[in-house]
Design a protein around this ligand. Structure first.
Ligand code: ADP
Ligand code: MG
Length: 293
């Protein structure tokens, strides 16, 4: 890359950071911005070194079995990155470690360049701005779509209190914005239990967005979805990818190719390929390694 291009890249990065900062400041001042501003303030994440997430030589054993084995990877701010790998490769365990559910035996896990995630509890990590979606959608089936989003704010509203809630302007604007992003504006008063499987997946992503995450970790969000619904979820990610860093665990290579420029492929708890996913399609060695092909 020429120095010129490097300089242009650095300028674009600076402009993007300045725009993000401006959006956040506007939100704190008046809640009028179109961005996902924070209602619940938390410490800022230092991404000046070009990483929002950084793992180095992370290992964890369960009963002597190394589920994660010297795993190293990093995610850039604003990036959408896919993690692929066969069943049992350690993908979910990796997310458990990042979110504080599982403690590694050794290694380094940083959020930005200053926050050591191994020093934080699971609720603290969520509060710092890491949102996680598990493999199965977990929504409150007997509440409306709107109330599910409200409950996700997790401020003073109990399930019962929500019935009588009028809400602040900032909260209701935020709910409207999230409803639009997840394409459930029309369904706002429906019970979550009556939604399709795909809509429940979207609602759960919306519940994460209510907490204004800086990094989203999504474990197989396309599982069980019809192709047309997958396509719609793609458009949701396209809108989101500029506002939040996203890590998606997915083992369908076609989806991965369409979604992300770069992947990490895991096997036996470690990275065996980093970069574009294309080589995984054509290289016979990869095919042997990856049982799902
Ligand atoms: P993936 O999500 O890639 O399919 P997992 O991270 O779920 O893989 O699992 C990796 C390996 O670690 C598997 O062999 C699994 O059985 C094992 N494992 C994961 N969590 C635990 C646990 N809490 N206790 C014991 N073994 C576990
Ligand atoms: Mg898994």
């Amino acid at each position: 890359m020429t120095p010129d291009l490097l300089e242009q890249g650095a300028k674009r990065y600076e402009a993007r950071i300045a725009a993000l900062d401006a959006a956040r400041l506007n939100t704190v001042a008046g809640g009028q911005t179109a961005s996902y501003g924070r209602l619940v303030q938390s410490g800022e994440v230092d991404v000046t070194h070009g990483r929002i997430l950084y793992l180095e030589d992370v290992s964890v054993s369960f009963d002597g079995f190394k589920a994660i084995n010297k795993l190293s990877l990093d995610i850039a701010p604003g990036e959408l990155r896919c993690i692929i790998g066969p069943n049992g490769a350690g993908k979910t365990t990796m997310m458990d470690i990042i979110t504080g559910k599982t403690r590694p035996d050794e290694g380094t896990v940083f959020f930005g360049s200053t926050i050591d995630l191994l020093r934080h509890s699971e609720p603290e990590i969520a509060q710092l701005g890491i949102g996680r979606k598990f493999q199965k959608p977990t929504v409150f089936e007997s509440q409306t779509v709107h109330d599910n989003l409200l409950l996700a704010l997790n401020v003073d509203h109990s399930v019962k209190g929500t019935l009588f809630w009028r809400g602040s302007k900032a909260e209701s604007e935020r709910i409207d914005k999230v409803l639009e992003t997840i394409r459930l504006t029309e369904a706002r008063d429906r019970l979550a239990g009556s939604l399709s499987h795909g809509q429940k997946q979207w609602l759960e992503i919306g519940m994460l967005l209510m907490q204004d995450p800086k990094l989203l970790l999504l474990d197989e969000p396309f599982e069980g979805l019809a192709p047309a619904v997958v396509q719609e979820l793609f458009t949701v990610f396209d809108r989101l990818r500029r506002e939040v860093s996203i890590v998606i665990v997915e083992h369908n290579l076609d989806l991965v190719l369409a979604l992300a420029d770069r992947v990490y492929a895991l096997e036996r708890g470690a990275v065996f390929h980093e970069g574009p996913a294309e080589p995984l399609l054509t290289d016979l060695d990869y095919r042997k390694k990856i049982l799902w092909l």
